[in-house]
Design a protein around this ligand. Structure first.
Ligand code: CUA
Length: 327
């Protein structure tokens, strides 16, 4: 085990919560597991004891054992005790569900709208004027100030489910319906999650990450994300790529703030290079992978809705030179 580094980026267990709702849920899960464990040990122990203790001696084997009707007291006990256990579990679960679902939104909360799409996450901060994809940045709370993030969950096509196990339980994104949930991380870090409801061919690559940052760092990120793209890249190849981008169908599906490109069908690319991955986690966001992606998206993510544009190599290089300026 010593070779594996369990940084926050690789753990995605509900038993390692870093956020208020996840912590409440982990406590409940532990309570249910302990209670179930005790029931298992008692029942399995009684069975094992009975099997051994009441085994027929060798000379009696083959004949019928004495037939006993039973015991009213024992039957009452095995009805009442499980009933009490079930009621305790029900009350404990109901309390946690209520505490999470009925939690009021404090004035310091960040508001985010998440739209599930085949197969990526559109992320909008309506009050902050920020649009991004697949990487949800949130501030962390500390002992003095609560800074939870309240999410409005919608779907543009089919049912998806938002799940970052260390941060909160899963909530579905359902067409024509608005769901809500909230997260409140206390430790800065990058937490991995993914779509948890089968939504088509690339469901497995509808990955998601929450980047929890100290408030000053979150404010800097917001400031940077609010900026529009530079009007004219200095690099001639990038400037040519910008013309390719705006002159082809790229601009009808993707938006780049500060240009005429305002498509919403694909991810907003204004700050493309500030994201760690492309294709909702299918590849690292490097210049080389970006080129492979634009040349033939289906080669990296089979079934993806972005078509291969059949751009020749010269234009492709220019286009990629432009895309890497979108920071
Ligand atoms: Cu979206 Cu599975």
């Amino acid at each position: 085990m010593s070779g594996i580094s369990w940084t926050p980026d690789t753990v995605s267990s509900i038993f390692a919560p870093v956020s208020t709702p996840a912590a409440k849920e982990a406590d409940l899960a532990n309570f249910v597991l302990v209670l179930s464990g005790v029931v298992f040990i008692v029942v399995a122990g009684l069975i094992a004891y009975s099997v051994m203790r009441f085994r027929a001696p060798a000379e009696e084997q083959g004949s019928e054992p004495p037939q006993v009707y039973g015991s009213a007291q024992v039957e009452a006990a095995w009805t009442a005790i499980p009933l009490i256990i079930v009621i305790v579990l029900m009350l404990a679960t109901g309390r946690v569900i209520y505490e999470i679902q009925a939690a009021p939104q404090p004035p310091t909360a960040v508001e985010v709208t998440v739209v599930g799409r085949q197969w990526w996450w559109e992320i909008r901060y309506p009050k902050l004027g920020v649009v991004t994809a697949n990487e949800l940045h949130v501030p962390v709370s500390d002992s003095l100030t609560r800074r939870p993030t309240f999410l409005t969950l919608e779907s543009a096509d089919v049912v998806h489910s938002f799940w970052v196990p260390r941060v909160a339980g899963k909530t579905d994104l359902i067409p024509n319906r608005t769901n809500r949930m909230w997260v409140e991380p206390h430790e800065p870090g990058t937490y991995l999650g993914q779509c948890a409801e089968y939504c088509g061919t690339q469901h497995a690559f509808m990955l998601l990450r929450i980047v929890a940052e100290p408030p000053e760092q979150f404010a800097r990120w917001v400031e940077q994300q609010r900026q529009t793209a530079a009007p004219a890249p200095a690099d001639p190849a990038a400037a040519a790529g910008r013309r390719v981008f705006l002159g082809t169908v790229c601009a009808s599906c993707h938006a780049v703030a500060g240009t005429v490109a305002n498509g919403r069908y694909g991810p907003d690319l204004t700050h493309l290079m500030s994201r760690a991955t492309i294709g909702a986690g299918v590849a690292a966001n490097t210049r080389e992978r970006l080129r492979a992606w634009v040349r033939n998206p289906d080669g990296l993510k089979r079934g993806v809705l972005m078509p291969a544009m059949q751009i020749d190599d010269e234009y492709l290089d220019q286009l990629v030179a432009y895309l890497v300026t979108l920071r």
